[in-house]
Design a protein. Sequence first.
Length: 258
Amino acid sequence: MSIFNLTGRVAVITGGNGGIGLGIAQALAAAGCNVSIWGRNAEKNRSAAATMAACAGEVDTRICDVSDAVSVRSAMAATLDRFGRVDGCFANAGIGGGGRHAFIDRTEEQWRKMFATNLDGVFHVFQAVARHMTERTTAGDPFGRLVATSSLASIFGTARNEHYAATKAAINALVRALAVELARHGVTANAILPGWIKSDMTANIMTEKFVANVMPRIPMRRFGEPTDFGGIAVYLMSKASSYHTADCFVIDGGYTAF
């Protein structure tokens, strides 16, 4: 059996109904993994499930606000009721820069909203999933994969979106800490860092002028595609990644110099 055969595995993907998340969901389901998509938009959830209908793995969708602990616990309980287990979690939900405001002009409300949406969501989801995974280890089934979609901003920062960069840097730090804490349970933790990715969420900004300005700064001379995340996702869910933990995977097509 191939080490990349994910038949019988179950993955939760937050924000998996568009862009990067859908690319990850499709790749995992095509490899035989059962997928539970947690998203706030019911219509997008249905559209994602329809897109993946022909995949090998089963696809389930749940209405979930990842910034709300009660909503996350409800989604987790429903997913376990459906599949019996969760082997991996890809935390992709969050929001972008939220406006080009200088740090000294940023309000406390704007600051807290960014942290609540980007960082609290990862905390709630990872905690719920990690608890389940460590309980399985006690029962003799040590296996778990935690993956956070972060941002190149977490490495380079970004002018006038510094609060966004701060949340993403915090997620990377959380991943490194979890890699140490959960290693004895057979659980790995990693991050995927996208740059400029062509998706439904970025379509409105990819004007001719934008492309002309950004393309020269991309070493591979191409923008990343949501499907680029698929291979990494399948690898990280496989046994091959058992010792690959706390690392950041950068999508080269989206890599942008600052």
